[in-house]
Write a protein that binds this ligand. Structure first.
Ligand SMILES: [Zn+2]
Length: 272
C-alpha cells in the first residue's frame, strides 16, 4: 500500500491521475453503486436466481413464483411493495402497498418456506444472517465478500441507493475481491472522507486484503492512521500550486523523522 500525502494542491491528485493514465489502474470512489432503486445486495451479488431455485426445490413449485416482478408478485403493487401516487401540484408520494403490506408477494407464495422462512423473510435477513441461515453454499460464498468488507449488517432487500459514500466504496471493493482474477493497481482518493473511526478500521482491513492478494493499492490521504499503515509513503510539497510537485520524502513511514515538513511534524505531534 502506497500512500500519497502532502498539503492540499501539492500535486497528489495530478500524480495519481498520471498513474491511472499510464498504467492499468482501477479507481475506487465513493460515488453511488447504482442509481436504480431496485438494486439490492441480492441483485448486486447475483444470487436472486439461486434463492428462487432453492425455494422451488424445497416446495416443488416453479422458481418463477418467487420473482416479485413476474408470477408471484402482488398484483396491486406489481411486486414493488409500494404504491406511487402522483398528485397534481404536489410531489409524487410513495406509500406501502395495503394489499401485501410491503411484502411484495401474494399470500400463496409467502406460504412456501425454506427452514421456516418465506421469500419475504429472506429479504429481511442481514447479509451476515443469510450466510449462516440459507442452506446453499453458492449463496453464502457470494455474500461472504460483503461481510468481509464490514457490510454484514445490510439487509438483503435493502436498496443500495440508501448507502453512504463510504459504504458504496466498500461495496465496490467487495466486487473487486469477488471478481478479479488478475492482480492490478487500485487508486483511492481520500477514501476516509466522511468515515467514522470504526469505518476507517474496516476500510483499512479490506485494503490490506487487496494487498495480501497481490494487488497494489495507492491511496491519497491526509488521515494519519492511514499514513502510518503505508508500506511506502510519498510526501509531496512543499506548498500548494506552483510551490508543489516536489517529492519531500519517499520511503518507509518509520524512517520519516526529523524532516521540516507538515506531514513529518504531524506524525511526530500525534503519537500513535
Ligand atoms: Zn403489494
Amino acid at each position: 500500500m502506497t500512500v500519497l500525502t502532502g498539503v492540499a494542491g501539492s500535486g497528489k491528485s495530478s500524480l495519481a491521475t498520471e498513474l491511472v493514465d499510464q498504467h492499468e489502474a482501477i479507481v475506487i470512489d465513493q460515488k453511488p453503486v447504482s442509481t436504480n432503486r431496485r438494486s439490492t445486495p441480492i441483485t448486486y451479488t447475483g444470487i436472486a436466481p439461486a434463492i428462487r431455485r432453492l425455494f422451488a426445490r424445497r416446495n416443488d413449485v416453479p422458481a418463477s413464483l418467487f420473482s416479485a416482478n413476474s408470477d408471484g408478485g402482488c398484483p396491486d403493487c406489481k411486486g414493488t411493495g409500494v404504491i406511487y401516487t402522483d398528485l397534481a401540484f404536489m410531489e409524487g408520494q410513495e406509500v406501502v402497498c395495503e394489499t401485501c403490506h410491503g411484502r411484495r408477494f401474494t399470500p400463496e407464495v409467502l406460504a412456501h418456506t425454506v427452514d421456516g422462512m418465506s421469500i419475504a423473510d429472506v429479504d429481511d435477513l442481514t447479509v451476515e444472517q443469510a450466510v449462516a441461515r440459507l442452506p446453499d453454499k453458492g449463496i453464502a460464498r457470494a455474500l461472504e465478500q460483503l461481510a468481509a468488507v464490514g457490510l454484514g449488517y445490510l439487509r438483503l432487500g435493502q436498496s443500495l441507493s440508501t448507502l453512504s459514500g463510504g459504504e458504496c466504496q466498500r461495496v465496490k471493493i467487495a466486487k473487486e475481491l469477488r471478481e478479479v482474477e488478475q492482480t492490478t493497481t487500485y487508486v483511492l482518493d481520500e477514501p476516509t472522507t466522511g468515515l467514522h473511526m470504526s469505518d476507517i478500521d474496516a476500510l483499512l482491513h479490506v485494503l490490506d486484503r487487496l494487498v495480501e492478494l497481490g494487488n497494489d493499492v495507492v491511496v491519497i490521504e491526509h488521515n494519519l492512521d492511514v499514513i502510518r499503515r503505508a508500506d511506502w509513503l510519498i510526501d509531496l510539497g512543499p506548498g500548494p500550486g506552483r510551490d508543489g510537485g516536489t517529492i519531500l520524502f519517499e520511503g518507509h513511514v518509520a524512517d520519516y523523522t526529523g524532516y521540516d515538513t507538515p506531514t513529518c511534524r504531524a506524525l511526530a505531534d500525534a503519537p500513535e
